[in-house]
Design a protein around this ligand. Structure first.
Ligand code: CP
Ligand code: NVA
Length: 318
């Protein structure tokens, strides 16, 4: 049966282990010996929003594994406008071996997956960004944990503080932290906080795995003794007109030198990118010695290779 990657909420711990195991193998091996793994496979990329990292890393991943990519931007497929999402999904399933979707509506991805007979990967929706957060956690393990430790990857007791907008990336962090058993503190202005019922569902799983998820609206308290500080833009794609209003509301949550100095002296700083420098993060922090944003961006490639390999390898073209 086909598998999708739509939200980390649906990914089992075993599957996360497999993804990280293969990502580490791909990273160690760089390009050697893997260039026929997905030979003859074709990946569609249907994107309603711009992208640099997601598009480049998926395209290069397919190329390095011998596969082919068809990129369909905003003006092409026009999901749900030119024809129904279900009909695009049915058609695409007759040509492709997998599809990455970047949509405004998460519902659109769920609808696509329902009618597709091929694996569907969420490349960012209004709900979540699973590929990003898998690469983030992989980077955290690489820097502060152990790949050999199946139960928690050596990150037990580590504290992650997410500052800023409780949007798609934060939402995937909630599920990622829950599955790995991290201590996640979310710090956002009250009207931009992640839905409380989602937090309590995820917190149950986090506790079973030895971690917890908490809200702390005061950013200075939230970063205290953090091992990883994470932020995302204050105005996401599609929210551009709210930029000015948000800039004012979010300003206490800016990741700057003063805030970073309150965390562990060894704390890492991550950002999914693109960064709005001078807004949610300052130049001195993103370019500073605690920042690992470029390793984090690179790891998108290795982790997505693992995702593609695991999802596409068994699937036969119709
Ligand atoms: N982080 C991320 O997904 O970047 P892009 O929007 O450039 O793909
Ligand atoms: N929250 C951002 C993430 C970009 C990778 C957005 O949705 O635009």
């Amino acid at each position: 049966m086909k598998k999708d990657l739509i939200s980390i909420a649906d990914v089992s711990k075993d599957d996360i282990n497999q993804i990280f195991k293969w990502a580490a193998i791909f990273k160690r091996g760089k390009r050697r010996g893997f260039n026929r793994l997905l030979a003859g496979k074709s990946l569609g990329m249907i994107f309603e929003k711009p992208s640099s990292r997601t598009r480049i890393s998926f395209e290069v991943a397919m190329h390095q594994m011998g596969g082919y990519v068809i990129y369909l931007g905003e003006d092409q497929t026009q999901l749900g406008k030119r024809e129904s999402v279900a009909d695009v999904a049915r058609t695409a399933s007759r040509y492709l071996d997998g599809v990455v979707l970047r949509t405004f509506s998460h519902q659109g991805i769920l609808e696509f997956a329902k009618f597709a007979s091929i694996p569907v990967i969420n490349g960012l929706s209004d709900c979540c960004h699973p590929c990003q957060v898998l690469a983030d956690i992989f980077t955290f393990i690489e820097k502060r944990g152990k790949f050999s430790d199946k139960a928690g990857f050596g990150l037990k007791g580590k504290k992650v503080t997410f500052l800023g907008d409780g949007n798609n990336v934060a939402c995937s962090w909630v599920w990622g932290a829950a599955k790995i058993g991290l201590n996640l503190i979310l710090s956002s202005p009250s009207q931009y906080q992640i839905d409380g019922s989602l937090i309590s569902r995820a917190n149950k799983i986090a506790r079973e795995n030895g971690g917890f998820i908490e809200l702390e609206s005061n950013p200075e308290k939230a970063v205290r003794s953090a091992d990883l500080i994470y932020t995302d833009v204050w105005a996401s794609m599609g929210q551009e007109e709210e930029k000015e209003k948000r800039r004012e509301i979010f300003s206490p949550y800016q990741v700057n030198d003063k805030l970073v100095s309150l965390a562990n002296s060894e704390s890492l700083v991550m950002h999914c990118l693109p960064a709005h420098r001078g807004e949610e993060i300052t130049d001195s922090v993103i370019d500073g010695k605690q920042s690992v944003v470029w390793d984090e961006a690179e790891n998108r490639l290795h982790v997505q290779k693992a995702v593609l390999y695991l999802l596409l390898k068994e699937i036969q073209s119709p």
